[in-house]
Design a binder for this molecule. Structure first.
Ligand code: 13P
Length: 264
């Protein structure tokens, strides 16, 4: 199955010169590497979306956005709609990232409205879920994730839910260098499968793509994505260095190929 390596550039690449250096370096790195059955999705800040589409989009490289507003058009000063991004060539949108929940008051309910807008524009939502350190330590991680899925995907038909990609990003791991064990990630992947099987049936549960995000680096990628049921990674800091992002993509695609061979 095709692996997704998503780079969330967050609020970085401050100048046109910096952005252009990113393009050059990304192209050079990509040329030098062989990616087996995988796709890189770069999510730049919205001001750079158009140029990223023009300069980097290919069959194996897609462009994503980091956020949208749920309305399509109108008097919503400062906002961007999914339809605008779709027209620009964007294919994915990150929704409900923990930084948006923390700094911009986003909730499961606002994520739900945004996911609906992303789907109706014909884009793929990458819906971020995950627990804080306190929630994990007090034994509430599973409950929080169930609630994020149930509320975030409320009133969306199973045919539409099938297009959503879930990113498990433990909040305590984002930007920290602390990472969960492979077993902890596997447990969460199984929990997600169980929630989807109960709510939408086994067939859909088998189809839903699940990514891991939080301190993914060249040195941790293999361990964090060792479960063959994992569909890829969401990379923050390291995606700002094209060489690292492409190396991570190579590691993920090679280990998925090895998994396929081992499962034969
Ligand atoms: P880091 O890879 O910097 O921990 O960030 C992860 C993230 O937030 C991806 O969306």
């Amino acid at each position: 199955m095709q692996k997704l390596i998503v780079g969330n550039l967050k609020m970085n690449l401050l100048t046109i010169a910096e952005r252009d250096r990113y393009f050059e370096s990304f192209k050079k790195e990509l040329k030098a590497k062989k990616l087996l059955d995988s796709k890189i999705v770069i999510c730049p800040p919205s001001v750079h979306v158009e140029s990223f589409v023009k300069k980097t989009k290919t069959k194996t490289v897609s462009i994503g956005a980091q956020n949208i507003f749920w309305e399509e058009r109108g008097s919503y000063t400062g906002e961007i709609s999914a339809t605008m991004l779709k027209d620009m060539g964007v294919e994915f949108v990150i929704i409900g990232h923990s930084e948006r929940r923390k700094y911009f008051g986003e909730t499961n309910e606002t994520a739900n409205s945004k996911i609906k807008a992303v789907i109706s524009a014909g884009l793929v939502a990458i819906y971020c879920v995950g627990e804080t350190r306190e929630e994990r330590d007090s034994g509430f991680a599973a409950q929080i994730i169930v609630q994020q899925i149930v509320e975030g995907l409320a009133d969306i038909s199973s045919a539409k839910v099938a297009s959503v990609v879930i990113a498990y990003e433990p909040v305590w791991s984002v930007g920290s260098d602390s990472i969960p064990t492979s077993d902890e990630i596997l447990e969460t992947r199984i929990l997600l499968r169980k929630i989807f099987a109960e709510k939408y049936g086994l067939q859909l549960a088998d189809k839903i793509k699940v990514l891991y995000g939080g301190s993914v680096k060249v040195t941790t990628a293999k361990q964090l994505c060792i479960d063959p049921g994992m569909d890829g990674v969401l990379v923050g800091r390291e995606s700002l260095i094209p060489m690292e992002l492409v190396k991570i993509a190579e590691i993920i695609s090679v280990s998925s190929e090895q998994g396929a061979v081992n499962n034969k």
